[in-house]
Design a protein around this ligand. Structure first.
Ligand SMILES: C[S@@+](CC[C@H](N)C(=O)[O-])C[C@H]1O[C@@H](n2cnc3c(N)ncnc32)[C@H](O)[C@@H]1O
Length: 284
């Protein structure tokens, strides 16, 4: 007789929280087709625990039960899961490097297509549009600004940002090599700054997921900042694959300050162009 035969199975090494998170992400995918399954466990956990506290729910399982049946609650949860945090000329050194080391090469193209992937509420798009206008490129540029959060995309389309952010954005703009007065680009009214709509005349804001969608255009420059940081290796590779496929021969890719292609399977397929600022150039 095997003395162990009747003993209980060994529990998995996964914590209950990890199991509940996986089940929640699977439920969201099956019900709403939003795929958060390959976001890092650390980021899923942080965001979901924050959502539980804000929504007054006792457990991840309770959240799952409700979210499956309540699309409005899912809409609220999406705000927590997507981290819609941004600022204009975020990491000014990145925009300065674009001006100095990328713009001169972009000038050699008759027309340009730029993809801002994970554009959130639009601050990065407006920053790039201002930079491209100052460098004489905006009139020949089509910008695709994509995200999975419809509420963020709607805010981005409006181009209205809180007035209290403007002081910080102005400092960023100047450090990014801004050639004008930042106040030339917006009209202040009460607690808001409305940016010149002409900046976005050739911007298409659209829903696109780096987790589930495919490439939609050939581009010369992809800017995807502070998005890959939330993805696990497999999903980072998927996104980098989309960027590689979208970019023209020797096109440019800009990532966030804490992001890199070094450990991805695309490491050998991009050259570092401005290394500290995480700007790469398609190699093969
Ligand atoms: C922290 S914000 C970064 C905003 C901006 N790029 C910046 O650097 O300021 C991350 C954005 O990535 C978007 N995002 C998350 N998962 C995505 C996915 N699978 N496909 C496209 N965008 C995604 C979120 O909705 C959010 O707007």
């Amino acid at each position: 007789m095997n003395p162990n035969a009747a003993s209980l199975p060994l529990p998995s090494a996964l914590s209950n929280t990890e199991i509940e998170l996986r089940l929640l992400m699977e439920a969201i995918y099956l019900r709403y087709s939003y795929d958060f399954r390959n976001y890092t466990v650390a980021s899923q956990k942080r965001r979901v625990l924050h959502a539980l506290a804000q929504l007054g729910l006792p457990s991840i399982s309770a959240l799952q039960e409700k979210v499956l049946r309540d699309p409005l609650l899912f809409g609220r949860l999406l705000e927590f899961l997507t981290i819609p945090v941004s600022e204009m000329f975020r990491d000014p050194a990145y925009f300065l490097a674009l001006r100095r080391h990328v713009v001169p090469i972009l000038h050699t193209y008759a027309s340009l297509k730029v993809w801002v992937a994970g554009c959130s509420t639009g601050e990065e798009v407006f920053s790039l549009a201002i930079l491209l206008r100052e460098e004489g490129l905006l009139s020949r540029t089509q910008i695709y600004a994509t995200d999975i959060n419809p509420a963020s995309l709607e805010k981005a389309r409006q181009g209205i940002f809180p007035i209290e952010s403007i002081r910080g954005y102005t400092a960023n703009y100047q450090r990014a090599g801004g050639r004008s007065s930042f106040s030339d680009y917006y009209t202040a009214a009460y607690d808001a700054a409305r940016f010149d709509p002409a900046l976005c005349a050739d911007v298409i804001f659209a829903d696109h997921s780096l987790a589930t969608d495919s490439v939609f255009a050939e581009t010369q420059f992809v800017s995807c900042r502070n998005v890959l940081i939330y993805f696990n290796r497999e999903l980072q590779d998927r996104a980098l694959g989309l960027f590689h496929e979208s970019l023209c021969h020797r096109g440019f890719l800009g990532l966030g300050a804490k992001e890199s292609i070094d450990f991805s399977s695309y490491a050998g397929r991009f050259d570092a162009h401005s290394q500290p600022e995480r700007i790469y150039r398609k190699a093969t």
